[in-house]
Design a protein around this ligand. Structure first.
Ligand code: ATP
Ligand code: MG
Length: 385
C-alpha cells in the first residue's frame, strides 16, 4: 500500500461513501441505483437507469446533481428535440461575419455532469452528436471540433432501445441498471417516504463532492490492483457468452475500471472476487440478461459466504418472531405481517436449498426451512387460518 497516501485515501473514500449515502437517503430500496451512479462518477463513465415510470429514476439523477458541485445540464428528450436545444443556438452575429459559433452557455457543451432523460428518443441528428460526445468528449459541429468537459452522463429511460441505430449509443453506457419497483415488504416504508417528500419537499442537499474530487478519485481507481482477477474475469466472460450474454470488446476491457472502483468504494486498493458483482451492471443488455448474469455470479463467486450470511440474517428474523410468539399467546395484528414476511423468506430459502451444491449451505437452509415452517404453522393456528 506504500504507493498510496493513507490519509488522502481515507479522506476520498469517506467522501465518496458520503455521496452514495446522501444520494439514496430519501428513497426506499434505491441502494443499487445509488451504487451504479456512484461507480459511474468514480470512473468518468456514463450510466443509464431503465425502468417503468415513477420509480424515482429522474429524482435520483436530480439529487446526484444537487450533491455535486459541477456544471450541470439537464434535458428531457422527445423525438422532436433539435440539436440546438442541447448544443445552444447559432450566434447569428458571428454567422453574418462568416463564423460558425454556438452560444453554448449552460448547454451540454459546457456541462461536466449531464442528465438526459429519455435519451433513446434522440433523433438521428442528435444521436450522431452524442456518439462522439460520449466516447471522445468532442463535438464536431459545422467546421469546428470542440472539446467538452463532460465527465459523466446520467440518463433514464422506460425501455431499452431495440432499433439497430441506437445500439452504438446504448453501448456507450458502461453502467446500465434495470430499476425494479419497490418490493412488497417495503411498501409501508414507501408510503412514509412519499408522504415526507410531499410534506417537506426534497430538501436540496449541500454538495459533498466537486468535479476535482471525482478526478482525484478516478486517478486512485486507476491505481487499484485488479491483476489477480483477470483470469476469473476471462472465465466469467466465457460463461456469459455461453449463456447468450455478449459483451462488446469495449465493455470487456472497461469493466475492470468499475471493478476497481467498487474495491476503492469499500476502502480497498486491491480488488478481490467480491468486486466482480459489479459485472451485474456492465454485462447485461436486457432485464432478462441481468437476471441471468445475477445467477451466474451467485454461482461463480463467493456464493457460499454470501448465502450463509443471508441465511443467518433470515434465521435471526425467524427467531425473533418465535420469541414473540412465546411471549404472547393471544392474537396480535402484527402476526399477519410476520406471516407474509416468513412466507417470502421461505421461498428464498427453498430456492437456495434446491439449487445449491455446497453441502453446508444446503444443510443450513434445510434447518432454517423447518424452523420457518414450524413458526408459520403456529401463526396460522393463531390466526385461525
Ligand atoms: N423508491 C422510492 N422512494 C421514495 N420515493 C419514491 C420512490 N419511487 C418513487 N418515489 C416518488 O415518486 C416520484 C416519481 O419519481 P420520478 O419522477 O423520479 O420517476 P421516474 O422513474 O423518473 O418516472 P418516469 O419514467 O415517468 O420519468 C419521486 O419524486 C418520489 O417522490
Ligand atoms: Mg423520469
Amino acid at each position: 500500500m506504500s504507493k498510496f497516501n493513507e490519509e488522502v485515501l481515507s479522506k476520498y473514500v469517506s467522501s465518496i461513501n458520503k455521496f452514495k449515502f446522501e444520494l439514496e437517503k430519501p428513497f426506499i430500496g434505491r441502494d443499487e441505483e445509488a451504487l451504479v451512479m456512484t461507480l459511474a462518477l468514480m470512473t468518468s463513465e456514463h450510466v443509464v437507469l431503465v425502468g417503468e415510470p415513477g420509480t424515482a429514476k429522474s429524482a435520483l439523477a436530480r439529487r446526484a446533481a444537487d450533491l455535486l458541485r459541477a456544471r450541470f445540464f439537464k434535458y428531457l428528450l422527445t423525438r422532436y428535440t433539435e440539436p440546438d436545444e442541447l448544443l445552444g443556438s447559432l450566434d447569428i452575429f458571428a454567422f453574418k461575419e462568416g463564423k460558425y459559433v454556438r452560444i453554448t452557455r449552460n448547454k451540454l457543451p459546457e456541462a461536466e455532469i449531464a442528465f438526459l432523460d429519455e435519451i433513446f428518443n434522440a433523433s438521428s441528428a442528435i444521436l450522431n452528436t452524442l456518439l462522439t460526445l460520449l466516447n471522445e468528449r468532442v463535438i464536431y459541429d459545422g467546421y469546428n471540433e470542440v472539446n467538452v468537459p463532460l465527465w459523466t452522463l446520467i440518463s433514464a429511460s422506460n425501455n431499452i432501445p431495440e432499433e439497430q441505430e441506437y445500439q452504438a449509443l446504448y453501448d456507450r453506457f458502461l453502467l446500465r441498471h434495470f430499476v425494479k419497483p419497490v418490493s412488497e415488504d417495503k411498501w409501508l416504508q414507501l408510503l412514509d417516504a412519499s408522504w415526507r417528500i410531499e410534506v417537506e419537499g426534497y430538501r436540496a442537499p449541500q454538495p459533498v463532492l466537486t468535479i476535482d474530487d471525482l478526478k482525484v478519485l478516478n486517478s486512485i481507481v486507476l491505481r487499484v490492483d485488479v491483476s489477480k482477477l483477470k483470469h476469473t474475469l476471462v472465465k466469467l466472460y466465457a460463461i456469459f457468452e455461453d449463456q447468450g450474454v455478449h459483451l462488446t470488446d469495449r465493455r470487456k476491457g472497461k469493466a475492470m475500471k468499475v471493478i476497481a472502483a467498487h474495491a476503492l468504494l469499500n476502502g480497498r486498493t486491491t480488488a478481490s472476487e467480491e468486486d466482480l458483482v459489479v459485472l451485474k451492471y456492465v454485462a447485461p443488455s436486457t432485464r432478462d440478461e441481468a437476471e441471468r448474469v445475477h445467477v451466474i455470479l451467485l454461482e461463480e463467486i463467493g456464493t457460499r459466504e454470501r448465502l450463509l450470511s443471508d441465511l443467518r440474517e433470515i434465521e435471526d428474523n425467524v427467531r425473533e418472531v418465535k420469541a414473540l410468539l412465546i411471549k404472547t399467546s393471544d392474537f396480535d395484528p402484527r402476526l399477519v405481517e410476520y406471516l407474509r414476511g416468513l412466507e417470502k423468506a421461505r421461498e428464498k430459502v427453498r430456492k437456495i436449498a434446491e439449487t445449491i451444491t455446497d453441502d453446508s449451505v444446503r444443510k443450513k437452509s434445510q434447518d432454517i426451512l423447518s424452523e420457518i415452517n414450524e413458526v408459520i404453522d403456529e401463526i396460522r393456528k393463531r390466526l385461525l387460518l
